[in-house]
Design a protein around this ligand. Structure first.
Ligand SMILES: [Ca+2]
Ligand SMILES: [Ca+2]
Ligand SMILES: [Ca+2]
Ligand SMILES: [Ca+2]
Length: 344
């Protein structure tokens, strides 16, 4: 009797033609933001082709496991782990031989993204430059455009295009001024410039950067990174022959910030200018930086050309919210930049 019962069960498993079908909102590869609700609808039919009750169906993520039961799954994106999920609609029973439908969904968590930068030159409470960032999240890449307006020299409008990697690091910048810049900035009419012409060329160690003003000059900068991804040197070719005309070397501290920048302005192996950064940290964050720029005067003598001090403020999430500059280290601020973020 026991043996017969087992045979029947085995037979059912092999002959099962039951299957689930996900019908609504089941676009493969769809990106769901953390603040959206995942909305999936599906049904299951049994051996006889009859629809089974939703209570016999279960939604399963390959990352988070069982998500819920029923014909309809409504779940906040924030309840799912960030990443690529395969979500399958299964039968609670005899699912080993059932044909289970599944969809691929990517859950992307919102991140604070720079929305606005306000620069107050003179630190007198009036904004002199406003930069607004707009971001468009597409296939895993955040791109943004910033518009800046110089106030009161409001003749100038500059457009910048920034492309970010998913980790938020700036990868690629392109920009041009659409309106001739006059006043303080004596640029030529129709002036335009861009960083990174053509395709972005990025690998883990070298970042090529080009700067060009049509009809005037073109610079190509090669950014050389060390094995830890920290900027080691920049080779600048200003003559267009792919041979560096200037090299800047960086010495970094244990937190990856530059503490010494040395420039060999004629590539003869002798350093001609040096910038020292004296960084102060609190809770792992840079809060104060003193910058001293000096130039070679004689064999081993460097004379101070200028020095200034910067103060950094952060929000509770560690995003930089304000930078204050004392340009002449006389204990009076000379410029303040405010940063505003939005979750996107
Ligand atoms: Ca001002
Ligand atoms: Ca060259
Ligand atoms: Ca030199
Ligand atoms: Ca000052």
């Amino acid at each position: 009797m026991m043996k017969n019962a087992l045979s029947v069960i085995v037979l059912v498993l092999f002959l099962c033609s039951c299957k689930t079908t996900i019908t609504v909102n089941g676009e493969d590869g769809k990106i769901i933001r953390e603040d959206w609700t995942v909305w999936l609808e599906g049904e299951g039919v049994d051996n006889s082709g009859n629809e089974v009750d939703g209570s016999n169906l279960v939604w399963v993520s390959d990352i988070d496991g069982e998500l819920g039961s029923g014909n309809l799954l409504k779940i906040p994106g924030s309840d799912l782990t960030e990443g690529d999920h395969e979500i399958t609609l299964k039968f609670k029973s005899y699912n080993s031989s059932a044909e289970n439908d599944s969809v691929n969904l990517t859950i992307r968590y919102l991140k604070p993204v720079l929305a606005k930068k306000e620069k107050d030159y003179g630190a007198d409470g009036t904004t002199d430059q406003l930069i607004i960032y707009s971001h468009d999240a597409t296939t895993g890449v955040l791109s943004s455009r910033s518009e800046s307006q110089l106030i009161p020299n409001s003749q100038a409008t500059a457009l910048y295009h920034y492309f970010y990697r998913y980790d938020g690091k700036s990868e690629w910048i392109k920009g041009d001024t659409t309106v001739p810049v006059t006043g303080e900035y004596d640029y030529l009419e129709g002036f335009s410039w861009y960083y990174g012409a053509g395709e972005p060329r990025i690998d883990s160690k070298t970042y090529q950067y080009e700067w060009s003003t049509p009809g005037m000059f073109q610079h190509t900068h090669h950014y050389k990174y060390n094995d830890n991804g920290i900027l080691g040197s920049i080779e600048k070719d200003t003559s267009g022959d792919n041979i560096p005309d200037e090299i800047t070397y960086h010495t970094i501290d244990s937190l990856g910030d530059v503490i010494i920048e040395e420039e060999d302005l004629d590539v003869d192996g002798v350093i001609d200018a040096r910038t020292n950064y004296f960084n102060t940290y609190k809770d792992g964050k840079l809060i104060e930086k003193v910058v001293i720029i000096s130039e070679r005067n004689g064999d081993d003598v460097f004379e101070t050309e200028s020095k200034f001090k910067k103060f950094y403020t952060y929000d509770d999430d560690g995003n930089k919210t304000m930078v204050e500059v004392d340009q002449d280290i006389d204990l009076t601020l000379d410029a303040i930049t405010h940063y505003t973020y939005e979750l996107r």
